[in-house]
Design a protein around this ligand. Structure first.
Ligand code: BTN
Length: 235
């Protein structure tokens, strides 16, 4: 996997999206992003010190659209596996695309599509300590341990973990991967609210199903959520 390191760019996702000739599994990281993108049009705070990177890979012809939702969860697992090699903490996946430590977000994932390519954008708070408007929910490795980490090493680790997990997935090992994801399900047994077709569903998270949907139990009925912004009501 080739790594390009940029000093400063608006967004590594945008950079790869707009790049005409993309190479399979190329990685682009930036020391700083001036317009880091989060999901749902949100801004992603990208000061110096964090791991801000994107990589791309060509769509596999056997992958159906209904499986796209599995990719961010696989990326979440890869982030955890990479982080665990540099600092052992209790990381969890907050469905569908975040990684948490305790009650705080340490990483966010943005999956985009550009032609036949998937672009996986990952932001991990590493040595950065200022989370701007996200100061109440953000956390970085440095805030927890006071140590300074090698960002390039983490980027390469996470990208290669993703590639490994993704090939496992293409080989038909989704069920095994899902078991690992389920073990790290931050939302399990929490009461949450999510908007579905302009209706607010409030209920207890009972798990993640085989199609990577979040399962919420409300009045003995199970709702299977494909995508959405999850708000935790209480734990
Ligand atoms: C989210 O939590 O909403 C997703 C955040 C994704 C941020 C990363 S940082 C590298 C890549 N470039 C971007 O502009 N966004 C992603």
């Amino acid at each position: 996997m080739d790594l390009t390191i940029l000093e400063k760019i608006d967004s590594t996702n945008k950079y790869l999206k707009e790049k005409k000739y993309k190479k399979n599994w190329e990685i682009v990281m930036a020391k700083e992003q001036t317009a880091g993108k989060g999901r749902r049009g949100k801004v992603w705070n990208s000061n110096k010190g964090g791991a801000w990177f994107s990589f791309c890979f060509a769509e596999d012809k056997y992958l159906s659209k209904t499986e796209y939702g599995k990719i961010p969860l696989i990326a979440g697992l890869a982030v955890i596996k990479g982080l665990e090699e540099i600092e052992k903490l209790n990381y969890k996946i907050k469905w569908p695309n975040d990684v948490y430590v305790g009650k705080r977000k340490i990483s966010g994932i943005l999956l985009e599509k550009s032609g036949d390519f998937f672009i996986v954008g990952i932001g991990i708070n590493v040595n950065n300590v200022d989370f701007g408007e996200f100061k109440d929910i953000g956390i970085s490795l440095n805030k927890i341990t006071d140590k300074i980490y090698n960002i390039e090493k983490l980027v390469m680790l996470v990208a290669s973990k993703f590639k490994k997990e993704y090939y496992r997935f293409l080989r038909g090992e989704w069920e095994e991967i899902l078991l690992e994801i389920k073990e790290k399900n931050y939302l399990k047994n929490r009461v949450v609210e999510v908007m579905v077709n302009s209706e607010v569903i409030k209920g207890e998270v009972i798990g993640i199903n085989n199609s990577a949907e979040l399962c919420i139990k409300k009045n003995n009925e199970i709702y299977e959520i494909k995508s959405g912004e999850i708000r935790i009501v209480y734990t």
